[in-house]
Each structure stands twice: as C-alpha cells, then as structure tokens.
Design a protein around this ligand. Structure first.
Ligand code: CAA
Length: 240
C-alpha cells in the first residue's frame, strides 16, 4: 500500500518540487499551504495533488489540518516533510519584534506543532520518516538573517534530539540544509547581493528544486533505514 506523505508549504518553491517528486515516486501526497490559494489551486489542477490550507505556526490549526489530511488520505502520515518557511531579512539593529517572532513561529515552532501531531501514530506503526528542511544559513549564519538562521539552527537540534527518541521505533528523523536554490524566495534578494552570494558558492550557481527533492526521496525511502539524526547539506559545496 502506498505510504502517505505530507509536505508543509508544499505548493510553492522547494515544497512544490518535493510534493511532485514524492507523488512520482508512488507516495500518496498531501500538500499544505497557508494563504496563497490561487497558487495552491493552480498547483492542484496541474499535479492532481490535494491541497490543504492552514497556518503551521498555530498548533490548533495544525491539529485540525492534520486530522483533515488523515481523513481525506485514508490513514495516518508516514512521511512528514517540514518545509514551510519564510524570511523577514533585516540587520538585527533594524529588526522589529514582529520580524523575529514571525520567522521563529513559522520556521521553528511549526516543526514542533506538526511533528507532535504525527509522531504518536508513527510510534504505533513502528515506521516513520520526518524530514526537516533547514538551511545552509542555519549552519553558517547569514547577514540579515539572525531570525532565520536561529530558526534553521534550532531545527537541527530538534532533529538530533528526536532522532534519539525515535531510534527504537522505526522512525528516522533527518534534516536537509539546502544552499541557495532558485525559487521566489531567493529571487527576492537584491541583484548585487545575489552576485556576492554566487561568488561564495564553489559551483558558482544556485541549485534547483529537483536537487533538493532528490535528497528528500532518499531520506524518505526504506533504503535509508539506518540514516538518522543527520543534516544533509545540498549546497554546491559552500564552505561551512
Ligand atoms: N552575503 C554577503 N554580504 C551581504 C549579504 C549576503 N547574503 N547580505 C548583505 N550583505 C552585506 C551588504 O553587501 C552590505 O555590505 P557593505 O556594508 O560592505 O556594503 C552589508 O551586508 C549590509 O547590507 P545592506 O547594505 O544591504 O543593508 P540593508 O539594511 O540595506 O539590507 C538586508 C539588509 C535586507 C539583509 C539585505 O542586505 C539583504 O536582503 N541581504 C540578503 C540576505 C540573504 O542572503 N537572505 C537569504 C534569503 S534566501 C534564504 O534564506 C533561503 C536559504 O535558506 C538560503
């Protein structure tokens, strides 16, 4: 029977690529999104992947969302990809409290919210895959991203701790740390800064979405059963 995969932020950018790749690999995929229903409907029309709207930073919304997904997909979640994330870039000396809180809630608290809601069923089944999308900037820091880097580094600590808790339950918990990937998020970076960033990447280019979804497919697969607690960098060789 096909495994059920849920991808947060799964209708745009890296998340959309992950949802499509999982579907092509035979998973029953549900894609979560927050507010951009026009893009989500278009994504659904193009891929046939069911889309579900809720705010991953809010625990009660996640509770309702996960229940709806399980009901519609006909089972509990086997593979959770915590991908949803935003940026509110600003130098710390100019950052307002809302830019800090919004990024921590959306990028880090969401990982607790979603994982807390799927982990018990995984423990009962003795199978599960939690794949958390971190970032190169959680590993090395980035100008203008104290909030984002803190959240993405927090995800790595969460991943290691939960991997230990889950090791005897058939559940693997891993992170992927993408480098700069060509999406709307990185497209928003000023051109002069993009040039500076590209110069620091040994492969001298941004990555593409497929290069991240291939890593997700590996970690989701049964064949990765002895891989847990790791952070897999997919970043064109960026020095950490
Ligand atoms: N790499 C290297 N240097 C950078 C940099 C970067 N990513 N971002 C900013 N800088 C440098 C600027 O060139 C500038 O240097 P100088 O003082 O020598 O000129 C200095 O830092 C201050 O920057 P600004 O003058 O631009 O300051 P600002 O207040 O006008 O803007 C900012 C600050 C909004 C953070 C802007 O610099 C910016 O957008 N930077 C990009 C930050 C970034 O890389 N975000 C990643 C988004 S994609 C993502 O997050 C996905 C992922 O996981 C990789």
């Amino acid at each position: 029977m096909s495994k059920i995969a849920l991808v947060t932020g799964g209708t745009r950018g890296i998340g959309a690529g992950i949802s499509i790749a999982l579907k092509q690999a035979g998973y029953k995929v549900a894609a979560n999104y927050n507010s951009d229903s026009k893009t989500a409907e278009q994504f659904h029309a193009e891929t046939g992947i069911p889309v579900f709207s809720w705010d991953v930073s809010n625990y009660e919304s996640c509770e309702k969302g996960v229940a709806k997904v399980c009901e519609k997909m006909g089972g509990t979640i086997d593979v959770l990809v915590n991908n949803a994330g935003i940026t509110r870039d600003s130098m710390l000396h100019k950052m307002d409290v809302s830019a800090w809180n919004k990024v921590i809630c959306t990028n880090l608290n969401s990982v607790f919210n979603m994982t807390r809601l799927v982990i018990s069923a995984m423990r009962e089944k003795n199978f599960g895959r939690i794949i958390n999308i971190s970032s190169v900037n959680g590993l090395k820091g980035q100008v203008g991203q104290t909030n984002y880097s803190a959240a993405k580094a927090g995800i790595i600590g969460f991943t290691k701790a939960l991997a230990l808790e889950s090791a005897n339950k058939g559940i693997t918990v891993n992170a992927i740390a993408p480098g700069y990937i060509a999406t709307d998020m990185t497209n928003a970076i000023r051109d002069d800064i993009k040039e500076k960033i590209t110069a620091t990447i040994p492969m001298k280019r941004f990555g593409n979405v497929e290069e991240i979804s291939n890593a997700v497919l590996f970690l989701a697969d049964k064949k990765a059963s002895f891989v847990t607690g790791v952070t897999l960098s997919v970043n064109g060789g960026q020095y950490l």
